[in-house]
Design a protein around this ligand. Structure first.
Ligand code: MRU
Length: 373
């Protein structure tokens, strides 16, 4: 089932009420606002793989909710706890194959596996046990909605606090890809920082890169900025260095798909070159991401699995070939920005800094200090 709506009242990628999940088809933006129904985890995994829903937090929430909506039917078809848990595990494996780089998805799958393990060891092996386990899965998935929204508001506040001493309407911030309401449950991470600065009347102007090859900046961030009436200008990715040379840019703020133990960060391809340009022009470069985007099991960015996407995303725009037929294509969806180029990582529990100049960022120590992990 699809619901078409040309002027949304508020920006949201995910519409959920118990038993029903609708996703905004982001491939159709900015021309059409169309929600489609997701009835189970297979459809959830498909929507993620096709990038109808995208952005690290939105991917994780979609995965959990797509599983949640199929819980009643799945629970009804199982009377034994073990076989029910096995059926859920198979669905988690399917969801885990949808996109590899954003760690939020795998953190969520890990949490759901913990719920399964706890259920198997504590619940009775009866239909009531099956029902309770299904409810626990649904409750966890639903709790992600509120948590993501409040995390994003906290990220926005911590990020805006970094510029506390700037005058009113003075700040010019550059961002990349789409990290706003469309990439999350709402408000956004890096775009949330921009939103918070705008709310505090401190933002002069936002700059958004178009974000080739899939144009999340031109299609989605531009759409959000116009929708929110935030003063903003779109540039191509290749204009960023020149913009920094010509305009005073106060900071670059981007999102993350995976921040590892030494602070190296995977984000949308093109982020790394922005960090290099920022360093050259003495512009602070911040990553804004929830703790669920942090993966301390990996020591450095070299270990991050970088997704490679189909060549058509480069050679075609909206189905129209723009590249010469027969050309070879390399299409990594993300790149890795070394920790040394990052001024700080803005999370919902505070900003992670380097301990000393020219060192990497010790993410593990920060989390330990906050009593997390
Ligand atoms: O390929 P995408 O559109 O899923 O990539 C999105 C990004 O790289 C975002 O910056 C990241 O996921 C953070 S979204 C809050």
């Amino acid at each position: 089932m699809t619901i078409a709506n040309s002027t949304p009242k508020r920006l949201e990628a995910i519409r959920y009420q118990r038993g029903e999940l609708f996703l905004l088809d982001q491939l159709k933006l900015p021309h059409h606002t169309e929600f489609f129904s997701v009835r189970n985890s297979v459809e959830g995994a498909q929507a993620i793989a096709l990038m109808k829903v995208r952005g690290a937090p939105a991917i994780a929430v979609t995965a959990a909710l797509s599983l949640a909506v199929e819980m009643p039917a799945l629970a009804n078809s199982h009377s034994a706890l073990k076989s029910f848990a096995q059926a859920i595990e198979e669905r988690l494996e399917t969801l885990g194959k949808s996109r590899p780089t954003a760690v939020n998805l795998f953190q969520t799958i890990g949490q759901l596996r913990e719920i399964l393990a706890l259920g198997l060891s504590t619940l009775p092996d009866t239909t009531q046990g099956v029902k309770t386990l299904a409810e626990n899965i649904v409750n966890y998935a639903e709790s992600m909605l509120e948590k993501d929204l409040s995390d994003n508001r906290a990220i926005g506040a911590f990020g805006a606090d970094l510029f506390k001493n700037s005058g009113s309407k003075s700040l010019r911030i550059l961002t990349h890809c789409n990290t706003g309401s469309l990439a999350t449950v709402g408000y956004g991470t890096a775009l949330g920082v921009i939103r918070a600065l705008h709310e505090r009347n401190q933002l002069a102007h936002a700059y958004a890169t178009e974000t080739r090859p899939y144009n999340q900046g031109a299609r989605l961030t531009a759409f959000e900025l116009v929708f929110e009436q935030i003063p903003a200008t779109l540039i191509t990715d290749s204009m960023a260095s020149f913009l920094m040379a010509r305009e005073k840019i106060d900071a670059v703020v981007v999102g993350a798909d995976r921040v590892v133990a030494n602070g190296d960060t995977a984000n949308k391809v093109g982020t790394y070159q922005l960090a290099i340009a920022a360093k050259h022009h003495d512009v602070p470069f911040y990553v804004a991401a929830p703790v669920t985007s942090i993966d301390t099991t990996l020591a450095s960015g070299h270990e991050i699995h970088i997704e490679e996407r189909p060549s058509q995303e480069l050679t075609h725009i909206f189905g129209q070939r723009i590249a010469a037929d027969g050309i070879g294509v390399w299409n990594p969806s993300f790149d890795v920005t070394p920790s040394k180029l990052i001024s700080g990582i803005i999370t919902e529990v505070g900003v992670i800094y380097h301990r000393a100049l020219d060192t990497t960022i010790d993410v593990r120590e920060f989390l330990k200090g906050k009593g997390l992990r």
